[in-house]
Design a binder for this molecule. Structure first.
Ligand code: HEM
Ligand SMILES: *[C@@H]1O[C@H](CO)[C@@H](O)[C@H](O)[C@H]1NC(C)=O
Length: 331
């Protein structure tokens, strides 16, 4: 019965090509074609994250930035070519701050060695981001990540600028950008909790949070000023931890930081702008397990945004370049 239904859906998707009706993502999607894929990706992510926790933060952000632009289709991984000199990864929201690409390459290489041509780069990003959250949460955040995404062939830097929220966003703008991707205000609040790990470059927040009057704790602002302005003389763009308290722990400390006004961006502070979102912030900070549970669901929901199927996509051989010729390997 269930498999007959699945077949019917697959046939309908193939014939009618209605992507919105064909979110055919499934937990254990590769159980026949590449049964060890999730272990393989996890082992690679583990190596990178244990060497440098920052790569874990980068991988979590990578899924967000992939999914909001052209859907979760690996478009973020494509390198520039003469025909497409400005792909997403060179867009200001991504370059030079985004990290973790080498971990994706290593995972893809290991997966290709075990099951050539079977696993999409889009799914590898989703698995890797999930695993990064797992390791950075000291194995507390466990997510069943559905798979079956195909890789896209379009990657355009201007779309990244249009679709990703800038850190200067206010609450209304943030809600609008998330709604455009089918995500609600609660998703936006609980996903922002990812800012409990990783770093930001001073250029991402100095102008609207330190150089102008802002709703930010005075002591926190002066420590940021010291760090950002001291090195500015050297002409570079220093980084600071997003969460000053537990910088590498994927936990709910971010929400305590929001309440203490010790967060970096206008978009973080904006979570207190309405009573509705402020309550979500307090629940995340104070109710044990509340945020973790909501985060897991919202993360999977985000991983389903704009997923490609059928002739819209392919399984890339190399995550940095589209396959030659027109999409093959998945009809
Ligand atoms: C709500 C709107 C959001 C805005 C405006 C935003 C903006 C930013 C900015 C400006 C940075 C710093 C980049 C840099 O200067 O190096 C950053 C870092 C980061 N963001 Fe977001 N972000 C948002 C939502 C999210 C979501 C939904 C996730 C994932 C679920 C996420 C995960 C991360 C992570 C993990 C980092 C640290 C990356 C690293 O250390 O390499 N962000 N974000
Ligand atoms: C948010 O930003 C938009 C566009 O920049 C502006 O029109 C709006 O008034 C702002 N909303 C609030 C509540 O500040």
């Amino acid at each position: 019965m269930a498999s007959a239904l699945r077949l019917a859906v697959a046939v309908t998707c193939a014939l009618v090509l209605m992507p919105s009706a064909c979110h055919g993502l499934e937990v254990g999607y590769y159980k026949n074609t590449c049964p060890r894929v999730e272990q393989i990706v996890r082992a690679e992510v583990k190596k990178f994250v244990y060497k440098n926790a920052g790569i874990g933060a980068g991988l979590i952000r990578l899924l967000f930035h992939d999914c909001f632009v052209q859907g979760c289709d690996g478009s973020l991984l494509l390198d520039p070519t003469p025909a497409n000199p400005k792909p997403e990864k060179l867009s200001p929201p991504n370059f030079p701050s985004l990290r973790g690409f080498e971990a994706i390459d290593a995972a893809k290489d290991a997966v290709e060695a075990a099951c050539p041509g079977k696993v999409s780069c889009a799914d590898i990003i989703a698995f890797a981001a999930r695993d990064a959250a797992y390791f950075l949460s000291t194995l507390h955040i466990k997510i069943d990540m559905p798979a079956g995404r195909l890789d896209g062939r379009v990657s355009d830097a201007t779309e990244a600028l249009d679709d990703l929220p800038p850190p200067t966003s206010n609450a209304t703008e943030l809600a609008g950008i998330f709604a455009a991707k089918g995500l609600g205000v609660e998703d936006m609040v609980v996903l922002s909790g990812a800012h409990t790990v990783g770093r930001a470059h001073c250029s991402s927040f100095v102008s609207d949070r330190l150089a102008a009057a802002a709703d930010i704790d005075g002591g926190f602002a002066s420590s940021l000023r010291k760090r950002c302005l001291a090195d500015r003389i050297a002409g570079d763009d220093p980084t600071v931890n997003q969460d000053a308290v537990t910088p590498n722990a994927f936990d709910n400390q971010y929400y305590k930081d929001v309440l203490a006004r010790r967060v970096l961006f206008t978009s973080d502070a904006a979570l207190l702008a309405s009573p509705e979102t402020a309550k979500m912030v307090r629940d995340s900070a104070y109710i044990r397990g509340w945020w973790e549970d909501k985060f897991k669901k919202a993360f999977v929901k985000m991983s389903r945004v704009g997923v490609k199927s059928g002739k819209q996509g392919e399984i890339r051989k190399n995550c940095r370049v589209v396959n030659h010729g027109y999409p093959h390997g998945h009809y």
